[in-house]
Design a protein around this ligand. Structure first.
Ligand SMILES: *Cc1c(COP(=O)(O)O)cnc(C)c1O
Length: 389
């Protein structure tokens, strides 16, 4: 039996040829393609600068560092996200805390954020940075979060790992209109891929400079940034800060550049699949994803919630039945604070009630550009079977 994954990359002949061409060229890393990929994404999104790195996790790490996150600081994010959205704060020696989700959209709730900020102001523990995550590709209420950032003085990193190709209020996600930095992931299950890879987008030139330094050992080869030199010395670079090797190779950047040509097509196809699911699932005991009028989702994921009161099985049993039927469904996500590592930091089960409720009912069913109608029918049939009495 051929299984159907929840997500899958789409690689065509042009992608393969582009990579082969780079392999035969003079540069397989730090050549001309990395900057070309950055320019392509920045101009697509309408951002001033883009910094390509080897993963979104790296992008989140250096985004926190570039915004000055360190020991004694607190970073807030949503519990319904991949662990990387929270881990990035811990890498910097900061603490992390979680804001509960909106029960309908599943993104960080602006109401809960406002309440938590009012409380934190009284206790003197305001966050330095808030990291909203555009879950499934659906944008958060960025205008609401931005307004709160003005009032309380925190910075914003959009974790847009799911969301390249989506829009918020008619503008591309990634333009940083309501944030300091936006981050994309190019992992194979995401909207476009470089195998592994990520990118940070910014409008602030100084911030872009800091991100570039952090990406590559803290080294600059820009004479204007170098410390005074003895005229006899031959120095073509200086290390002026502490950075990492988080660079993206040209081999991967060329794949990303080639994938960019089909980005709109990929997202349009995801919307067609989502719409078809919406119709086909309307008679099943599940809640289909609610779309806010302000957003155009990237539809990285299609998450259904089981109406367990109308189903004679547990969440786990439905999940297992689908997997047995060859539908490789997944769960996005276990609330981050329930991971054993975070539980050890002192977070308790039940910390964010809406996130817990979501976690008890959510299942991600397959969505990716190559999913055929026949496969989609198979998914729906298996779900009908798994949820029938
Ligand atoms: C995939 C993902 C990441 C991490 O991306 P990598 O490129 O694999 O490091 C971070 N945040 C979210 C929400 C993700 O889905």
């Amino acid at each position: 039996m051929k299984t159907i994954p929840y997500g899958h990359q789409n690689i065509n002949k042009d992608d393969i040829q582009a990579v082969v061409d780079v392999l035969k060229s003079d540069f397989i890393t730090q050549g001309p393609v990395g900057p070309a990929f950055e320019t392509a994404v920045a101009s697509y999104c309408g951002a001033q600068h883009a910094v390509a790195v080897n993963s979104a996790t790296s992008a989140l790490h250096i985004a926190c560092l570039a915004l000055g996150v360190g020991k004694g600081d607190v970073v807030w994010t949503t519990p319904i996200t991949f662990v990387a959205s929270a881990n990035c704060a811990l890498y910097c020696g900061a603490q992390v805390d979680f804001v509960d989700i909106d029960s309908r959209i599943y993104n960080l709730s602006v109401e809960r954020l406002a309440e938590k900020l009012a409380h934190a102001e009284n206790t003197g523990k305001l966050p330095k940075v808030v990291i909203p995550v555009h879950l499934c590709g659906q944008p958060c209420d960025m205008a609401g979060i931005h307004a709160l950032s003005q009032r309380y003085g925190f910075k914003i990193i959009e974790d847009a790992s799911h969301a390249i190709g989506g829009k918020y209020r008619g503008e591309p996600i990634g333009n940083c209109r309501y944030s300091d930095i936006s981050v994309f992931s190019f992992h194979p299950v995401k909207i476009i891929t470089t195998g592994e890879g990520g990118m940070a987008l910014v409008n602030d030139t100084q911030l872009a400079k800091r991100l570039r330094l952090l990406r590559s050992h803290g080294i600059t080869s820009d004479a204007a940034d170098m410390h005074p030199r003895i005229p006899e010395e031959i120095w073509n670079y200086q290390q002026i800060g502490l950075g990492f090797n988080y660079r993206m190779t040209d081999i991967l950047a060329t794949l990303g550049l080639s994938q960019m040509q089909r980005l709109d097509e990929f997202v349009a196809k995801r919307h067609i699949i989502a719409k078809r699911y919406d119709q086909m699932l309307s008679s099943l005991p599940v809640v289909t994803p609610c779309q806010h009028a302000d957003g155009y989702s990237g539809f990285h994921l299609y998450v259904i919630r089981l109406k367990l009161g109308e189903i004679n099985k547990t969440h786990r049993q439905v999940y297992e039945a689908l997997r047995v039927a060859g539908i490789l469904v997944n769960l996005h996500y276990i609330p981050v604070y329930r991971q054993p590592y975070y539980a050890n930091l002192g977070f308790e089960t039940g910390y964010c009630p809406e996130a817990e409720q979501y976690y008890a009912e959510a299942i991600s069913i397959p969505i990716y550009p190559g999913l055929t109608e026949a496969q989609q029918d198979q998914v729906v049939a298996a779900l009908r079977e798994a949820t029938s009495l």
